[in-house]
Design a binder for this molecule. Sequence first.
Ligand code: SF4
Length: 465
Amino acid sequence: MLYGLARRRSFHNAVPLGAISVAAYLREAGHQVQVIDAPALDIDERGICAEVNRFVPDAIGISATSVLWHSAARVARMLKERFAAPIFVGGPHPSTYPEHCLEEPAVDIAVFGEGEETAVELINRLEGNETLDGVAGVAWKDGETVHTNKDRIAQRKLDDAPLPAYDLLDLSCYSAPPMRVRQTPAVYMELFRGCAYAKCSYCTSAGSLKNRFRRHSPEVAADKVVALNHKYGAREIAFVDDDFVVGKDWIYDFCSELRRRKSPVSWTCYVRASQVDASIFHAMKSAGCHQVLMGMEVLDNDILRQLTKDLTVASCGEAVRAAHKAGVWVIGLFMVGVPGTNPQSVWNTVEHALSQEVDVAVFSLYRPPPGSPAFEALGWGPEEYIESFKLQKQAVYTPEDYRSLVEVEETFRAAYRNFYLNPRFIKRAAQKALSDPILAKQVLRGAVTLADQFRPDLQGLLTRR
Ligand code: SF4
């Protein structure tokens, strides 16, 4: 089996958690599994074929996002020409559009929803030459007929799940974003499924994603963190869970379990500003957390309400102050081009972020993914979404008060300039860097990463203020 190949090479390679989690379940069920992460291995389609040839699989799985669907389909066609094995696809695109995936002749089966338990049942059936009738979470072809089976509700407790098969990867190829890394080696880890809030209008958790919210117990979560350190030498973990603090008890217990095990791992996670306070941040800091990512989107109360966030400008400011009191850095996550906003909303957001002393600001363009309520409101189908990326437009939506997509993109770049070239930011970053040599390295790595990402704009970034 092969999985996790259809991603673009990025400025850092993220461990393909979905693929190695499925691989661990399959291995536990007695199957042999190989994971080929083409971007991390830096191999092209010919290299993928060579890897598959060495393994001679009985089934081939390909992970696919909507943006990279055409690339995944091309790889599927190439493999179909050379191998007799059935090809199944999983991941975000098949989870939202299983039937669209089956329009590709090379794809036999689409897995939707959480893939682990489905993959085990699917591969067992394929191995026994049995029909896929009744396998929850798959759409499949029977000659010309497409069958879409019912959704799967995952049954297994996360505590009982095997540790994802990190050993199937060359971990030296992976890291987390430089600004999130205080120590290396750094890896990604997931302790939750679903989102407890599940209301933000631009998010699949509030739409088609039907993952039930559940999480590891604090004790087993701490055991698995320590296991990552002991087995794979991980010294830094970037938790990918959407919302790491849901209720105080779990986070206090998790932190105290990490302290009890004398965990040497430093970590970062996503939090919602409405769920955190100074005592929570102190507990997290004492257990190795040095940085949190907070989705603040647009610092305007009307827009936050419209996005169905449970936040206000004031609650975001309070959360940042609470984090700083505990010595935890805050990466603020913001969006440009949200419906109902204009460039002035972005300048106001930058001003609030600077005055709230957000340590790092990450701006992204408003691109609600397929399956989110906001995407449904756009009335697009899968091909329109994919096409918008093929045309290499970065922004895909023009709010009424912007003149064009180009203006949205210019505002996006200007948001970075206005934040990072502001004297208040530069002064604070310099002070922090001088007080902490590791932070200095982080700031430097972050600056290099940003400069690299914005290389074409660098000239403008240095000259246009
Ligand atoms: S944006 Fe985050 S908090 Fe909001 S629904 Fe999605 S995962 Fe949950």
